[in-house]
Design a protein around this ligand. Structure first.
Ligand SMILES: [Zn+2]
Length: 103
């Protein structure tokens, strides 16, 4: 996956195109990410004694990871992500705009 938890991403496709948010959860098996404030759906909830009131709550739904682009913290541009292989076989993510590594 090119994005990780706490990355800031830009939505590039779909209803919320143009929105930015922080990745809250990555679901690698589904190829989806949950982004704060993006892909909100309204849920009608019933009251449950002592837990919550009845009403409409807004909730994020996971969206396809392919539909978001990482925003580089260094150059603040939406970017594609490259990988740099290190001698110990671990990889580092690299911003393809400014070539800086991404933590
Ligand atoms: Zn960059």
């Amino acid at each position: 996956m090119h994005v990780r938890t706490n990355d800031t991403v830009l939505v590039i496709k779909g209803r919320d195109r143009g929105k930015q948010g922080k990745v809250q959860r990555v679901l690698p098996r589904e190829g989806r990410v949950l982004v704060e404030g993006v892909n909100l759906v309204k849920r009608h909830t019933k009251a449950r004694a002592g837990i919550r009131q009845a009403g409409i709550i807004q909730k994020e739904m996971p969206l396809r990871a392919a539909n978001v682009q990482l925003i580089c913290a260094k150059c603040t541009k939406p970017t594609r992500v490259g990988y740099k292989r290190l001698a110990d076989h671990t990889g580092l993510r690299v911003c393809l705009q400014c070539k800086e590594t991404i933590e």
